[in-house]
Design a protein around this ligand. Sequence first.
Ligand code: SF4
Length: 478
Amino acid sequence: MSHAPLHPQATVRSQQMLPRGHRAPKWADVPDEKWFDWKWQLKNRINSVSELEEVIRLTESEHAGASAEGIFRLDITPYFASLMDADDPTCPVRRQVIPTHHELEPFMSMMEDSLAEDKHSPVPGLVHRYPDRVLMLVTTQCASYCRYCTRSRIVGDPTETFNPAEYEAQLNYLRNTPQVRDVLLSGGDPLTLAPKVLGRLLAELRKIEHIEIIRIGTRVPVFMPMRVTEELCDVLAENHPLWMNIHVNHPKEITPEVADACDRLTRAGIPLGNQSVLLRGINDHPVIMQKLLRELVKIRVRPYYIYQCDLVHGAGHLRTTVSKGLEIMESLRGHTSGYSIPTYVVDAPGGGGKIPVAPNYVLSHSPDKLILRNFEGYIAAYTEPTDYVGPDMMVPDDWERKEPGQSGIYGLMQGERISIEPAGFSDTHHRPGGVSHRLNSREDKWTAYGVGAPNPASVSDTSPDGKVNVPIPVHSGD
Ligand code: SF4
């Protein structure tokens, strides 16, 4: 494993988990009724250089970042700010929420909307990228702001937030799109919405019959665990099945207060998962990541994703290589329980969606042997059955979900088509100066027998011996 030289101010103290009730001296005298009131936390967020200096000793780079014009919004709840180490700039909490001058540096391939979410948005705030699910952005506000935010193009900007007419347009799209069975509420952070607004949105979604599950992505339990009140849990529990992913990047963020908030949510019947972003100088160390994942499982939060940091403006200095992520994944599988192992994904630039990346465990294969290696380097041959031909049971028709235009690689396996070509493939291969001639003019030459939609005119359902044939499709299903 390669390491950068240790930062001269790095301490073990700044990494360690903190006890219940930990507060920075600035807020030592705030009465508990205020401290544990989430509205007080929101109202008293810190966002200026002078306020930050009351809590931590800013480095030159942090000072420059926090005073720069036009940076992504800066706001930190007193609760979360209290987790920052005052003297150690390598503190993982500090690095997530305090800007540095590096945010202003451009980097190769950075984009404003690197996942092309707005391009895949049929109505404002709704991103329809996958066949059966959508992302519904319901607010641009968060409890605190992460310096690597993928949606920094809109998040934190109250003028970009969504209004009732846009909520209605989102709901209407969903009412009219029966292929959607799963809605992920995100933003911004849905749990910063007024409980009534959130309750109304959830209730409207629940009225749509084809929506099977609702998910919420939130960092509120981490930035402001006091927001997870019994009242909020009741509102959520009225709208089951409801799933939730929180977002923790470092074990230090798991305080007893966060553990309590997660306990309230799980007792309300909400299965909890966690999404982390792999971040330079924060969690790009196998030991830190292993500790984080173990601590999550202890509070009944299932690690779900580790994201490769996106190519988004301002986040260049927090990115790692993908090989670092693979090294971390190698340190997990076999070394800890499967429940503690999330999927490592790269969200493909341009809107390709999440692509899992993992160390390669299959070394080779022949028709009857698969050669595998385990985490220790043990190499084994798995003998394949030689008589396997696939399943023979009936499957109810209505279990199959149509994925118009998005069946992808699975569609190739199912024989829907013979190839997937890049845009413009045919045009490129009609070379300039080329002509249509006797050898290239018949399209049916390249029609793969048995692939694509059935053509009853050319294939009979019954053989001469009376046996029923499986219909054989005859064109490539373009
Ligand atoms: S909580 Fe999520 S949406 Fe809000 S700033 Fe952080 S990453 Fe962005």
